[in-house]
Write a protein that binds this ligand. Structure first.
Ligand code: IMP
Length: 435
């Protein structure tokens, strides 16, 4: 039985964590395949709020195998803190597996991320400043330090030295920082290695075993398609590939191992950080979305930029990911807005119209969205559990989206609680259960 990939279809923060959490119960294993602690999931379970940055949210099921795949970049300080926090709250973390091949975020990566943004000034990307970009850069330059290196003092010291050497000029301002002391870094990372050793594993092998036994593996994406290093709004993107295809590379499986791809999108759009956003709303409705949707970043606490749903961008995401299903989250946030708008095209200031997501950055930066208007709906839909019980206008809104994308809607979110969802088709337990 093949796996299922859950990916972000917009600029991240679509509510993937909740979907993963809902499906995790029924799968053998959950594996993250890219990104790092730039991600943040909030899960509300029995009124308790859990915030995750690195650990897959499936960890809340005792003993469930939750893997951090080779494609993830891991800050071991953050991981050990997250694990300690979960254990203090009585969560069984024994199912966590950490790929020996995953790359480590080092203290100098965090310093370089911050320094790089400062240097860019007004042109900054608005990164999470967690060292993500510099860590992936070192991986590509073959100067990265991997999880397995923490288990061998000699190798670790040598590799840290080699990785720091070419960075000296860029790190000059921090030369005296204790963060950059070779001995201190080595000692600290050896300690992390010692603590994390029981979790370190060949996570690709674990995926093959599960898939080979006919079990379902859930590949949990972080960030979103429009932040993809290759396909997103470059350079205002992250340094990994959040699209479904990256699950193969970042977890170590083949394309045929992924049978279902669910893209997660909000019923509107948000974005954190800088970069083009054709449907952005800077008026009262934007503020309403921010307030009602609690649109503040889990990781950085920054206000999210808010706007109308962008079907041009969403259709692009559907194709890039080979989406087989759409999950539409936060539909409740739109309640009470008299007229809903969805972007169906872009207009360039010089007149050209685009039905498809334009590849050219200057078009995207100056394009204005062209909208279709749909009647809004009213009332509290937080208690609705069947699609037919939604207001007619809400159903029409969902149908319009599914038709435009040519992708069926599988799940609709109507509130922050775990149970505040509507399954539109057959509940996946039937198709996802192990054969
Ligand atoms: P980085 O991933 O920290 O390098 O940041 C690059 C861009 O991706 C910035 O615009 C961030 O705000 C954005 N970003 C990174 N992770 C997330 C996420 O989990 N949700 C939303 N935006 C993100």
């Amino acid at each position: 039985m093949p796996g299922i990939a859950i990916v972000g279809a917009q600029w991240g923060d679509e509510g993937k964590g909740k979907v993963t959490d809902l499906l995790a119960e029924q799968v053998e294993m959950v594996v993250r395949f890219q990104g790092g602690n730039n991600a943040g999931h909030t899960i509300v379970r029995d009124g308790e709020v859990f915030k995750f940055h690195l650990v897959p949210s499936g960890i809340l099921y005792p003993g469930k195998t939750c893997a951090i795949g080779n494609g993830v970049v891991v800050d071991p300080r953050v991981l050990t803190e997250e694990l300690d926090g979960l254990r203090r709250r009585g969560v069984d973390t024994s199912g966590l597996r950490l790929s020996a091949n995953a790359h480590l975020i080092m203290p100098y990566h965090v310093l370089l991320d911050t320094a790089g943004e400062a240097k860019l000034g007004k042109l900054e990307i608005g990164t999470t400043r967690r060292g993500i970009g510099p860590c992936y850069a070192d991986k590509a330059a073959r100067l990265g330090i991997r999880v397995q290196d923490m288990l061998d003092e000699k190798i670790l010291r040598k590799k840290i030295m080699a990785a720091m050497e070419p960075k000296r000029p860029a790190l000059r301002d921090f030369a005296k920082s204790p963060e950059l002391d070779l001995h201190a870094i080595t000692e600290e990372y050896l300690t992390h290695g010692h603590r994390l050793e029981p979790h370190i594993a060949d996570t690709a092998h674990l995926c093959w075993d599960a898939l080979g036994a006919g079990r379902t593996v859930l590949f949990e994406g972080a960030q979103g398609t429009l932040l993809d290093l290759d396909h997103g709004t470059y350079p205002f993107v992250t340094s990994s590939n959040p699209v479904a295809g990256a699950a193969c590379v970042g977890a170590g499986v083949g394309p045929r191992d992924i049978g279902e791809v669910w893209g997660v999108a909000k019923a509107y759009t948000t974005r954190v950080g800088a970069g083009p956003f054709p449907t952005e709303l800077e008026d009262g409705i934007g503020r309403v979305l921010r307030e009602r949707g609690s649109e503040v970043g889990t990781t950085t606490g920054r206000d999210r930029r808010c706007g109308w749903l962008d079907l041009v961008a969403l259709r692009y995401a559907a194709r890039l990911n080979g989406m087989t299903g759409l999950v539409l989250t936060k539909l409740d946030v739109l309640s009470g807005i008299e007229t809903l708008r969805v972007a169906v095209g872009y207009r360039h200031p010089e007149g050209a119209r685009f039905d498809e997501f334009p590849y050219h950055q200057s078009i995207l930066h100056t394009a204005e969205a062209e909208y279709e208007e749909l009647p809004g709906f009213e009332g509290d839909i937080g208690g609705v559990r069947r699609e037919q019980d939604l207001p007619k206008e809400a159903r029409e809104y969902i149908e319009y989206i599914a038709d435009h994308l040519g992708v069926p809607v599988q799940l609709i979110g109507v509130g922050p609680g775990r149970d505040q969802v509507i399954w539109t088709g057959e509940q996946p337990s039937l198709s996802l259960r192990a054969a």
